[in-house]
Design a protein around this ligand. Structure first.
Ligand SMILES: [Zn+2]
Length: 449
């Protein structure tokens, strides 16, 4: 504690009051009321393992590694163990066992036996609406580098359009919890996986998952991952709760440059932006999100990105409206941190309100999840069919490769010849056309003039 009352040179009136409060808080602890470690959880991410200890209050702690054999020691001052570690699922983690013992009469030592060396990091999380105080210990794998960037998938005739799918929440952060104990994090991961399968099966598209399992990814890492994969679009998938359990329907959100477009939008963005406090992020200093947002919005490229987000969002909303109740007919906007990529169009799809009993039941249903995934997929495909990114396979299909023209409705041979500044006869001869009849979708080679 850096506000140790005894180190104060002068204590003013407020200082004295603070001193009394601090003393009242500290004395019972010093007198032996130790802080209980009440529960523990473990989450496995692709590059690290997270061990979380639930605490009855804040603690001081230190960690250090020992070798031969590899161990991580966690010393917690003035604490006692009020749980058992034998229920922790250590499979696929580098931890082979957890031991503990009291130490120096008042302290607690926890030893993690490891089957591989790790790079450890620990931090405390204060209490919030979901949890009490927590001690988080992250064990980063050494020597297993998770491939963060993907090679452009270039098939004959253009690259794939890359869609980053961001299943909201995960790990420590369950997201909203439905009436039957249904977790948002599980529903959105299931829908995201279905969406990935659809996109990967479609020629010209490939999808990457921001989170692939049940672990937390900090909010700002999500758009970062989309950028590392050079995504053309990021879709964040959610199924949040609202204050009013009767609220229902799917909705689509894009970032707002100013305020939120509705009370619901503002409420949801505010809740989502607090996710790091629940999911836990080890970043020592969390950048002020409003500032980050303000800085990004100054970027002029954001205008174009936002316009695209709204257009894609509109297609997805329309596709979902074909079978699902819509909460709002238009794409809504609010200051979602996860949507703040300046250069990647990003939308957040609320697939339904998990707080609504009827919708919660639907969201748990695999067939309904399929329909939602299909709707998002067709919305995305509709958009990119109309506006394929340059160099993509989809663009090649629509516009032809260099030196090629794909016939669209309304084309005539003379029109095409004029457009490429060649004669109709040259065009016919170059393509060996038997007649002057052309069909939509037909590809003509264009002789260089
Ligand atoms: Zn959510």
């Amino acid at each position: 504690m850096n506000n140790n009352p005894f180190s104060r040179q002068r204590i003013g009136r407020t200082g004295l009051w603070l001193w009394l409060v601090a003393t009242a808080l500290v004395l019972p602890l010093a007198a032996g009321a130790s802080v209980a470690v009440e529960n523990s959880r473990i989450w496995r991410a692709p590059d690290h393992t997270r061990l979380v200890l639930d605490l009855a209050g804040p603690v001081e702690h230190r960690i250090f590694s020992l070798e031969n054999p590899d161990r991580l020691v966690v010393d917690i001052s003035n604490a006692r163990l009020n749980t058992r570690f034998d229920r922790l699922d250590l499979d696929s983690s580098p931890i082979s066992g957890v031991r503990s013992a009291p130490r120096d009469k008042t302290d607690l030592r926890i030893v993690l036996d490891l089957n591989a060396p790790v790079r450890p990091r620990s931090f405390l999380l204060g209490r919030n609406e979901q949890y009490g105080d927590r001690l988080v210990i992250d064990l980063y794998d050494i020597g297993r580098v998770v491939e963060k960037t993907v090679e452009d998938v270039v098939t004959d005739g253009g690259r794939d359009i890359v869609i980053a799918i961001d299943a909201g929440h995960g790990g420590e952060d369950p997201g909203a919890i439905g009436p039957g104990g249904l977790y948002e994090k599980d529903v959105v991961l299931a829908i995201s996986k279905k969406l990935k399968r659809l996109l990967d099966a479609e020629q010209g598209y490939s999808a990457v998952m921001v989170r692939t399992g049940d672990y937390y990814v900090p909010l700002q890492n999500r758009p970062q991952q989309a950028r590392q994969h050079r995504a053309d679009l990021m879709i964040s998938v959610h199924a949040d709760a609202f204050k009013n359990p009767r609220a229902r329907g799917a909705s689509v959100f894009a970032l707002s440059r100013t305020g939120a477009t509705s009370e619901t939008a503002s409420y949801l963005a505010e809740r989502e932006n607090r996710a790091d406090l629940i999911g836990g992020t080890g970043d020592v200093k969390l950048a002020d999100k409003d500032q980050v947002l303000a800085g990004v919005l100054l970027d002029l490229s954001m205008t174009a990105t936002l316009a695209t987000s709204l257009e894609v969002g509109d297609e997805v909303l329309r596709a979902m409206g074909s079978f699902a109740h819509l909460h709002k007919r238009n794409v809504e906007q609010a200051g979602f941190v996860v949507l703040k990529s300046p250069d990647i169009p990003s939308i957040l799809v609320e697939t339904g309100f998990i707080s609504n009993p009827e919708e919660s039941r639907k969201l748990a249903d695999s067939a309904y999840q399929d329909r939602i995934a299909k709707a998002i997929f067709s919305g995305v495909r509709n958009y990119f069919t109309r506006r394929p990114p340059e160099g993509s396979w989809v663009a090649t299909q629509r516009h032809g490769r260099p030196g090629e023209h794909v016939i669209v409705r309304g084309d005539t041979l003379s029109g095409i010849a004029e457009r490429y500044n060649i004669s109709v006869n040259d065009l016919i001869a170059h393509n060996g056309l038997p007649t002057t009849r052309i069909e939509v979708g037909q590809r003509l080679k264009i002789p260089s003039s």
